[in-house]
Write a protein that binds this ligand. Structure first.
Ligand code: IFM
Length: 449
C-alpha cells in the first residue's frame, strides 16, 4: 500500500510542553497564587488549585507521553518552590524536580527546562523584581543553584519564556500579576533586566556545562495589516513586528537594546544563545490607528478561530516565522504550538497542517530540530483560568480524570511514524485529505493494493 507520507529526519524531537505553575498545583509562594485570590482577575474567578497535579504525580502524564512515543518534553521549574524565601533553598523541591527529570530520562524523553515561565516568588515581587536591576543577581543565584542540583540531567535550557508577552501582559495590559511600576517605560526597563537575567543565566549554565544548549522561547506572532490597507497601516504593522518580535532577538545577537532614542549596551549578551525557540500560535491583523486595542479581532469570513477567540488558525504563519528565524543562523526548535479546543474539532487538522509547514521548512534544509506541542494535558491558562483547554489529554481539574483526545492519538501515530501521512488525514480529519494529499483517497488503487 503506497500511502503518501511526509517523513521527518531521524532523531527529530517529537515533544510536548508544559509550565510549572500551570500543571503542578499549590504553588503558594508564587505571585500568581496571591493574584488569583482576588475576584475579577481570572476569568470566572477560576483558581489553579491542584492544577494538573504534577507535583504529586507528574509521572502519570509522563507515562502517557511515553505511550504516545514522544522523545522530548519541555517543562519549567517554579522559582518560588525552589527558593520560597530569599536565600532559603528548598532541597525537597530540588529533589522532586530531580525525580521528575529522571522520570523523563527513564522513559526515553529528553527534557528541555525553562527557568522562568511567567511566575515569580512573592518575595522577589516585594523587592521590585524586573523593575529593578537587583533581579539579575537573584536570577543568577537561582540559576546557579539549579545548575548545581539538576544540570547533569538537562541538555536543553530555556532561560525565559516569552519575554515580550510577559512584558505586554504585565506592564501594558495588566492581566498578569502586577509589578510595582507599570506602563511602557517600566516595561522597557523590565525588558532590559530580563535580557541581563538571560545573559547571566546563559553564562552560568555554560560555565558548568559547555555542551548544554541554551536559548529563549520567543513567541513570534505574525503581525499584518489587514489586506488592502494603505501604507500607514502597513508601516505600523512593521513597527509592531519590530518591537514585539525583532527587538529581543536583535539584542541577543548584537548585545545592544534598541530604545526609543537610540540603543544601550547590555553586558555579556551578544551571541548568548545556541538556538532559537519559536512559540507560534497565530496571526494578528494589527489595528491602525491603534485605538481601542492593538489588533482587529474580526478575522474575516474564511478564518478558522479557536476557542474563546484565542486566535486565527494560520498554519502558513509557522513557515513564515521559521523563515524569519533563519536570520539568526542557529538551530530552531518549535518550543510551543497549539490551540485551545476543548471538543478537539480543530486540533487534529491544526496539528497536521502546522506539521506540514515544519516538514516543508525541513525539506528546504532549514534546521528545525524539534516540535513541542502545547500542551500535553489541559492546564491552568493564566488569566483565562480553565476556560481554554490546550491538552492532547483532557483533564477534569476537579476529579483529575483524564482522557486522551483524538488529537492525542493522532500525535501518537505521528511520533511512531516519525512523520505525517495521508492515512492519518483520512482517519482523523477526512476533510483535509484532498487539500493536503491531492489525489489520495481510500478508494484510490494505491490504497487498495
Ligand atoms: O499557556 C500559555 C503558555 O504558558 C505560554 N505560551 C502560550 C500558552 C497558551 O496561551
Amino acid at each position: 500500500m503506497a500511502k503518501a507520507q511526509m517523513m521527518f529526519p531521524a532523531g527529530f524531537r517529537w515533544g510536548t510542553a508544559t509550565a510549572a505553575y500551570q500543571v503542578e498545583g499549590h504553588n503558594t509562594h508564587s505571585d500568581w497564587w496571591a493574584w488569583e485570590q482576588v475576584d475579577g482577575r481570572i476569568l470566572h474567578n477560576h483558581k489553579a488549585g491542584q492544577a494538573s497535579n504534577w507535583w504529586a504525580n507528574a509521572e502519570a502524564d509522563l507515562d502517557a507521553a511515553a505511550h504516545m512515543g514522544t522523545n522530548a518534553h519541555r517543562l519549567s521549574l517554579e522559582w518560588s518552590r525552589i527558593e520560597p524565601e530569599p536565600s532559603v533553598f528548598d532541597q525537597n523541591a530540588l529533589d522532586r524536580y530531580r525525580q521528575i527529570l529522571q522520570a523523563l530520562h527513564d522513559r526515553g524523553i529528553e527534557p528541555m527546562v525553562t527557568l522562568h515561565h511567567f511566575s515569580n516568588p512573592l518575595w522577589l515581587v516585594e523587592k521590585g523584581d524586573f523593575n529593578s536591576q537587583i533581579v539579575v543577581s537573584y536570577f543568577q543565584r537561582y540559576t546557579a543553584k539549579v545548575v548545581a542540583a539538576l544540570g547533569d540531567l538537562i541538555p536543553l535550557w530555556i532561560t525565559i519564556n516569552e519575554p515580550m508577552v510577559y512584558m505586554f501582559m504585565r506592564y501594558l495590559v495588566g492581566a498578569f500579576p502586577a509589578p510595582q511600576k507599570k506602563g511602557l517605560l517600566a516595561g522597557m526597563e523590565a525588558v532590559k533586566h530580563m535580557l541581563l537575567c538571560h545573559a547571566a543565566a546563559y553564562h552560568t549554565i555554560k560555565d558548568s556545562y559547555p555542551a548544554a544548549q541554551v536559548g529563549v522561547a520567543k513567541n513570534f506572532p505574525v503581525f499584518q495589516a489587514k489586506p488592502g490597507s494603505y501604507f500607514p497601516a502597513r508601516w505600523w504593522a512593521g513597527q509592531v513586528n519590530f518591537w514585539f518580535n525583532e527587538l529581543w532577538m536583535q539584542a541577543m545577537v548584537n548585545g545592544r537594546l534598541r530604545t526609543f532614542i537610540g540603543s544601550t549596551p547590555i553586558a555579556n549578551l551578544a551571541g548568548s544563545f545556541d538556538f532559537v525557540g519559536v512559540n507560534y500560535y497565530t496571526r494578528f491583523y494589527v489595528k491602525f490607528p491603534p485605538l481601542g486595542g492593538f489588533y482587529d479581532p474580526s478575522w474575516g469570513p474564511e478564518a478558522v478561530v479557536s476557542d474563546g477567540h484565542y486566535g486565527e488558525v494560520y498554519p502558513a504563519g509557522l513557515y513564515q516565522v521559521i523563515q524569519n528565524a533563519l536570520n539568526y543562523h542557529k538551530p530552531i526548535y518549535i518550543t510551543e504550538n497549539g490551540l485551545p479546543d476543548e471538543d478537539d474539532d480543530l486540533r487534529p487538522s491544526f496539528i497536521l497542517t502546522h506539521l506540514r509547514e515544519v516538514w516543508r521548512a525541513i525539506s528546504f534544509c532549514y534546521p528545525v530540530m524539534g516540535y513541542y506541542h502545547w500542551s500535553l494535558v489541559d492546564n491552568f491558562e493564566w488569566d483565562r483560568g480553565w476556560t481554554q483547554r490546550f491538552g492532547l489529554i483532557s483533564l477534569d481539574p476537579e476529579t483529575q480524570a483524564r482522557d486522551m483526545r483524538p488529537s492525542g492519538r493522532l500525535y501518537r501515530d505521528i511520533c511512531h511514524l516519525n512523520g505525517i501521512s495521508s492515512e492519518m488525514a483520512a482517519q482523523y480529519t477526512p476533510a483535509l485529505l484532498a487539500t493536503m494529499f491531492p489525489g489520495e483517497s481510500p478508494q484510490s488503487p494505491a490504497w487498495q493494493g
